[in-house]
Design a protein around this ligand. Structure first.
Ligand SMILES: O=C(O)CCC(=O)C(=O)O
Length: 223
């Protein structure tokens, strides 16, 4: 079952080019069990290119590791984990320690926080060399993430198809993530929906995606 984006959504997306602070008036990308808002063009094309190059040059990137069929696989996709001190994050059995915030990341964080009306303490960056790299179905519900916090992402570079799939009835809600767009996933989205970045045979430009998160700082100490 596929959820098709209602046509007024397009009009609202255009309105947002000029006003990206009216989160309440936005249509929900999801039909039920969560709230996801899409904001196109929060940075113009020149700023996107500049941010892309600076992020690629200033961070330490490394291939990711994921569990697949009981084995740990090293991906072509590269990741960088950035955050406040103490924001370690474990997924696929691998613990990541944060790199420090850079000036361009702090600028992006500030913009994303004003859209989400929320303060984040960490950010996972993914670099996709081409359309042959994607991300399988998953939800961002690891134990150290604050489940009451939104997760907010920014896309830079090639346009890619992204989709949500409901964990129970498998209904899907696809959308394209454009250069300079933000996607804010509010609770309880992660509880009911998986999401993934679809691979494509089309030629698409490299892409960086940044997901801002809130790590519960007490978690490591308590456990
Ligand atoms: O690249 C994307 O848009 C997806 C990233 C993602 O799903 C994640 O970081 O959890």
């Amino acid at each position: 079952m596929k959820f098709v984006l209602p046509s007024p959504y397009i009009k609202i997306m255009q309105t947002q080019l000029f006003d990206t602070t009216q989160t309440d008036s936005l249509l929900n990308v999801l039909p039920k069990d969560g709230r996801v808002n899409y904001f196109p063009g929060i940075f113009d094309e020149a700023s996107c290119a500049d941010l892309f190059n600076k992020l690629r040059a200033s961070l330490r990137w490394q291939p990711d590791q994921v569990y697949l069929f009981g084995k740990i696989i090293t991906t072509k996709r590269e990741v960088a984990w950035v955050g406040d001190m103490g924001c370690s994050y474990t997924y696929s059995g691998v613990q990541k320690h944060p790199q420090a915030w850079t000036p361009e990341l702090l600028l992006i964080k500030c913009k994303i926080e004003s859209l989400a009306q929320f303060e984040f303490n960490s950010c996972l960056l993914n670099y996709y060399h081409s359309g042959s790299e994607g991300m399988g179905w998953h939800s961002d519900d690891e134990i150290e993430l604050d489940s009451k916090a939104p997760i907010a992402s920014l896309s830079l570079g090639g346009v890619r198809k992204f989709a949500f799939k409901h964990k129970v009835d498998k209904m899907t809600a696809p959308l394209f993530l454009e250069n300079g767009s933000a996607l804010i996933m509010h609770p309880p989205t992660q509880k009911y929906w998986n999401h993934g970045l679809l691979k494509t045979k089309l030629i698409v430009a490299p892409r960086i995606n940044l997901t801002f998160r809130k790590i519960n700082l007490g978690y490591e100490i308590a456990n």
